[in-house]
Design a protein around this ligand. Structure first.
Ligand SMILES: [Zn+2]
Length: 444
């Protein structure tokens, strides 16, 4: 993309020229560890660009494209053409921008149009000629540290071969464990799980394994409806009921609250950052879930977070001085101010940025959402503590979103500098941008 894309002022353009090539630290995404391990070359642009991207599937559905051209059994070429037909309709939106950036990045050229008759063949020839693999893409994007999420029971041995790769621990199945999860955890750790204490022991053992292979980030979904229950001393009984398949729904919620507190304390012990992704409404269309699977691009934004639950959870962990570093992601924009302010309510002696707000996430990851987040966090939080961008994506081409974020950040800082609202000189401004695009994520 031209260096001026999304940047309309000279300070911003100058700043962008200095930070655009910084390495990428992507501290949470959904890339396939299996695909990284196999590193099979992509031979069809549909498999690389469209199949793993539920955002694109959603947009096509909204434009009336039949499902057979989205996740169905139509030819890859026909599916590609349907996506190219859809793109001009999305003018101004993030997919419109990202898709252009993705293909320009891949080809290293701006010389193409979605209407080109031979674009599909040209892209496939490019893939085949250049042996484009998952790992070659990461190298080309200059990704220094890549954190695909993995469950506590997943095979993570492959990560030991690659110092730039470590899983981001997906903790939801620890907090709400199934019998299958518990059985697998027993097998992996060789720890017999017969009560809550032995479950915690097995979890701790596995957390240590994750730490040893470089894991530093964890992730929990606090979806719409997250409710926190204080410990009432009955959670061991509830866990034993779970083991015998007799736990009732309300008891599971109470047990989950207890496990979440214990996990946060353990993350603090091990030195993991706890990411809380707050406010998704995942259960929308049952029909689409059947068609497209549980991450098929039909989720929505949930209600505003139950702030009493969130504050009580943080307080219970804070009382024992065991809060880990926490990054709070908000999906409902109406939560932004509330969460930014809350982040400053648990500061500990001598600790910088113990709790921060994360970047604009999922449905808010676009120009307007990123600008809102920058305004929000600078107004209510401490701007220079901002951890910066992560893709949270399933696609190997989504790293262009770091470039997208960097452009919007430089434009935003440059505008403020031009208006006389920022007093730092260009060198000092660069140091702030460098922290947000790279150093804060590296040092957290
Ligand atoms: Zn995620």
């Amino acid at each position: 993309m031209k260096d001026s894309f999304l940047i309309n002022n000279s300070y911003g353009k100058s700043l962008y020229s200095k930070i655009k090539d910084l390495s990428i630290i992507d501290y949470h995404n959904h890339l396939s560890l299996e695909a990284l391990k196999k590193n099979t070359a992509f031979t069809d642009i549909y498999d690389l660009w469209i199949a793993p991207d539920p955002y694109k599937h959603r947009a096509m559905r909204m434009c009336g494209v039949e499902e057979k051209y989205i996740t169905g059994n139509a030819d890859c070429r026909d599916k590609f053409l349907k996506w190219c037909e859809t793109l001009p309709k999305l003018v101004g939106g993030p997919l419109y921008h990202w898709s252009r950036m993705e293909i320009e990045f891949l080809l290293g050229s701006e010389d193409f149009s979605w209407n080109d008759d031979d674009l599909y063949e040209r892209l496939n020839t490019h893939l085949q000629k250049n042996n484009v693999t998952p790992r070659s893409l990461l190298n080309k994007f200059n990704v220094q540290f890549n954190c695909p999420c993995a469950s506590l029971i997943d095979d993570i041995s492959f990560c030991t071969e690659n110092p730039s790769l470590a899983p981001s621990l997906r903790g939801d199945d620890i907090v709400c464990p199934s019998l299958d999860f518990i059985n697998k955890l027993e097998r992996i750790t060789n720890i017999k799980i017969s009560d809550l204490a032995s479950f915690e022991k097995a979890v701790q053992a596995r957390l240590n394994d994750f730490y040893k292979i470089g894991c530093r980030f964890t992730d929990h979904a606090l979806d719409n409806g997250f409710t926190y229950f204080e410990d009432d001393g009955l959670n061991n009984t509830r866990f034993i009921n779970l083991l015998s398949g007799k736990i009732i729904h309300n008891d599971m919620e109470r047990l989950s609250s207890h496990i979440l507190v214990k996990l946060a304390e353990n993350y603090s012990r091990v030195g993991f950052v706890m990411q809380l992704h707050i406010g998704a409404q995942r259960a929308t269309s049952t029909r689409l879930r059947d068609v497209a699977g549980k991450a098929g691009g039909y989720a929505a934004i949930g209600n505003s977070v139950d702030i009493n639950s969130l504050t009580k959870f943080l307080d219970d962990v804070d009382l024992s001085y065991k809060l880990p570093k926490i990054v709070l992601f908000t999906l409902n924009p109406s939560d932004n101010a509330m969460i930014s302010v809350l982040a400053g309510s648990y500061s500990q002696d001598g600790v910088k940025g113990l709790i921060t707000q994360g970047p604009a996430w999922w449905w808010c990851d676009h120009k307007q959402g990123i600008e809102n987040m920058l305004e929000n966090w600078s107004s209510f939080g401490v701007f220079s503590n901002f951890i910066g961008m992560t893709t949270d994506s399933r696609s190997f081409l989504s790293f262009v979103r770091h470039d997208y974020f960097r452009r919007i950040l430089c434009n935003w800082l440059g505008e403020k500098k031009e208006k006389g609202e920022i007093f730092e000189n260009e060198k000092e401004l660069y140091l702030i941008a460098e922290k947000i695009c790279y150093i804060n994520a590296k040092e957290i």
